[in-house]
Ligand binder design. Sequence first.
Ligand SMILES: [Zn+2]
Ligand SMILES: [Zn+2]
Length: 280
Amino acid sequence: MTEEKTKEELEELIIKTSKIDISDLLCPICADVFVWPRNYDCGHTVCETCMYNMDIRQLPEDTHIAVIYRCPVCRDPTLKSWNNRPLSFLLERYATKHPDYQKRKKEVIELKKLRKETLVSISDSVDLASTCYVARINLALDLYEILLEKLYIAAKEGKNHLIITERSIVSEIEKVGDILSYQLFSKHNIYRMLTTRGECTIYLTRNAFSWRRNFENRNWVDPTGPTIDSMRENGPPPLPMDPPPQIPVPPPIETHSPLIHRRSLRRTPVSSPSSYSRRN
Ligand SMILES: [Zn+2]
Ligand SMILES: [Zn+2]
């Protein structure tokens, strides 16, 4: 007991005599007293709650790009996620002397319970290909069930395509597009699935293109022509098609309805009295 008290007294003494300012015990991001302060590679320290929140915000838009985190103070990049950045035990000790420390620690513990963390211990012999395969199948089946319902409703309403714009869902679809499209094509006669960075469009029928007002001329001739190399390889290009014959268009007949139009066509022309007298 005596030794412990001495330790505490010594600690108090060190804290009192050190040149640490009370502002040094506050996180530069949330301005609350440090609870579980962690260090970035650059040396900047941020509380664990802020570090975790920053990491979540820095997830890339492209599904397959590895996450690069940045220190919120100096923007220094790192591949380490928050849980791999070291805790600053010394700073934590100083922080415990702050009058708000206990209150803040309770808040942080509550916040931590709300996080959806996926920290796992990884075995040395983990088969990553199998892990990925199983995860992809499960994800594809989850998405398949959700999309099938939406596609069925769209089909019943006569919509020939469906666009998904929610970024988080599009990025999930992008991950398992091959499995998902196979399911949709082989089981439900879906025509096409197109995933771009921001959206996924599923075409129920081929004429979905015309609905989008996208028409293409299959006989279009490229004015730049083929290169000499490709001509050597493939022979001369086919001649362009003859233009369609020009059919003279009759001048429009001024009428207000098809009924009047038909009547006017049936009417026989009446000769003028002068021409009648001349012929006789
Ligand atoms: Zn903070
Ligand atoms: Zn930094």
